[in-house]
Design a protein around this ligand. Structure first.
Ligand code: AMP
Ligand code: MG
Length: 487
């Protein structure tokens, strides 16, 4: 285990120089204190979890202290926001403190979000509030525990610093970890500002550090783009299979690594609703749950445009065309598993679609349906689940088709079926109302609920005695919480 002062830095992005980022020091928060830390994320840096409770930890991640080897930089990027190009974005309130490598030789970016103003803050105050910092922390660690690629979160540091949103709130910082903070928008920035040399440097940097296997390919940049397409198809398949709604899929929020990145008004579905829009500023539903699939492709084509200096348009188009079939294959594979199926049949897609339509019509809880389907032998589980459907006859017809499909799937014991299904169907997800309860307590100075919720969500597939209340459907007040875009 390492102490905090034993982290080893290797600031590769900072070395790209001032065309890519600007040196900025964090602006400290008043009275920094630990709200919550992730032991699993501490382990990624070889850090002893116990040191999260020490005052120096809160000082470091509350912006008061810095390692001598850290080189805090605000990165410049641009991007398409809600379909329109915004030529000037960048880290307006976050800083890349540096890149650390662990004993396993992995590099991790330390990114401090809420660290104060930068040259890219535009009209913003450079701050993040406690509420949104807790949401980002919980979501990144919960997604990871579900097996969904995501940036990680080391800790949230709270403070007494006043920050104005719709009302006065308190400032906080979240320390985010990722192998890279490079977004689609980084490539767009150098493309649209017509800086071919820096554009080439950026592409070379990403290829060498993050897609080294592509260097062996006859067309390394094309191979890299293909890998980005594949990773995004897989990522979005996982979002759709597990009911995760990102909310702000602007190209500046899309990681080049294909991980879930930049959390705003995200939500996990409670009731299944294909048309669900979690961001209440998204009036047209551009980023609705089901639109995430075509938007994934739209975003990749925005990236493709920025890569035209390196790759022929035909090759880019051909590669983009891989997205949808790859997405569909991953999605169907995940949904088969969620249904407990081990083989593939041509009609499985239809079986899934019919189920989702029934769930949609009856507002059935998306997570609990699958969990309960695996609790008992199929016939028993279906008989119990039937009560949740308004169209019972429609459900019966589906249930018959499902039972027949299960019978064709193969011979396995009920115990095997349950274990297999419970391993892919979570009992605990980050429901908005659970996050809200934790936030309300934290805002009054009680961090125990955030910590408990984080613990529960770190083992989403395991039944945890005494934690039954975290597996419930939302109460009425918690069903339609409007999550503000302000953060
Ligand atoms: P987001 O919606 O958080 O992805 O942010 C979009 C852009 O606005 C990024 O360039 C952010 O750095 C910037 N931004 C968001 N909130 C603030 C803030 N409070 N102060 C300064 N910049 C911000
Ligand atoms: Mg962003």
């Amino acid at each position: 285990m390492k102490a905090l002062d034993e982290l080893t830095f290797d600031n590769r992005f900072a070395r790209l120089g001032d065309a890519f980022s600007t040196h900025v020091l964090p602006e400290p928060l008043d009275d920094p204190r630990l709200v919550v830390a992730s032991n699993a994320a501490m382990a990624l840096l070889d850090l002893d979890p116990a040191i999260a409770e020490t005052p120096v930890f809160a000082e470091l991640f509350g912006g008061h202290k810095l390692w001598a080897e850290a080189e805090p930089r605000a990165m410049v990027y641009s991007g398409h926001q809600f379909g329109s190009y915004n030529p000037q974005l960048g880290d307006g309130r976050g800083l890349l403190l540096g890149e650390v490598y662990n004993r396993a030789g992995e590099h991790w970016d330390l990114h401090l979000k809420g660290a104060g103003q930068t040259p890219y803050s535009r009209m913003g105050d450079g701050r993040a509030v406690l509420r949104s910092s807790i949401r980002e922390f919980l979501a990144s660690e919960a997604l990871h525990a579900l097996g969904i690629p995501s940036s990680r979160a080391l800790c949230v540091i709270g403070s007494s610093t006043p920050v104005w949103r719709e009302k006065q709130e308190r400032g906080a910082m979240v320390l985010r970890l990722a192998h890279s903070h490079i977004r689609f928008g980084h490539f767009e920035y150098f493309y649209y500002t017509k800086k071919p040399e820096q554009q080439a440097e950026l592409a070379e940097h990403v290829l060498k550090l993050h897609f080294p296997e592509c260097q062996e390919q006859p067309e390394p940049y094309l191979a890299m783009f293909r890998e980005v397409v594949e990773r995004n198809a897989e990522l979005i398949a996982k979002w759709q299979a597990y009911g995760f709604c990102h909310g702000v899929m602007n190209t500046d929020n899309m990681s080049i690594l294909g991980i879930t990145f930049d959390f705003g008004p995200f939500a996990f579905l409670d009731d299944f609703d294909a048309h669900f829009v979690c961001n209440h500023s998204d009036h047209e539903g551009r980023y609705s749950f089901s639109n995430q699939v075509p938007i994934g492709q739209w975003n990749l084509s925005a990236l493709a445009q920025a890569l035209t200096p390196f790759i022929s348009v035909d090759a880019l188009k051909e590669t983009l065309d891989l997205y949808l079939p790859l997405y569909q294959a991953h999605y169907l594979d995940l949904m088969r598993r969620r249904l407990g199926l081990t083989t593939a049949e041509d009609d499985d897609q239809q079986l899934v679609e019919r189920l989702l339509q029934l769930m949609q019509n009856s507002s059935v809880d998306y997570t609990l349906f699958f969990r309960r389907l695996g609790d008992e032998p199929a016939a028993l589980a279906l008989a119990r689940l039937r009560d949740d459907f308004v169209d019972m006859l429609g459900f019966d017809a589906w249930a018959d088709a499902y039972k027949a499909r299960v019978a064709r799937d193969g011979e396995y014991s009920e115990e095997q079926r349950r274990a297999r299904m419970h391993a892919v169907n979570p009992l605990y997800i980050l429901r908005n109302y659970l996050a809200q309860n934790a936030i309300t307590a934290a805002e009054s100075g009680d961090y125990s609920e955030v910590r408990r919720l984080h613990e529960v969500l770190s083992k989403p597939f395991e039944e945890q005695p005494g934690m039954e209340q975290y597996a419930q459907r939302p109460p009425d007040w918690g069903k339609h919480l409007e999550i503000s875009c302000s953060s």
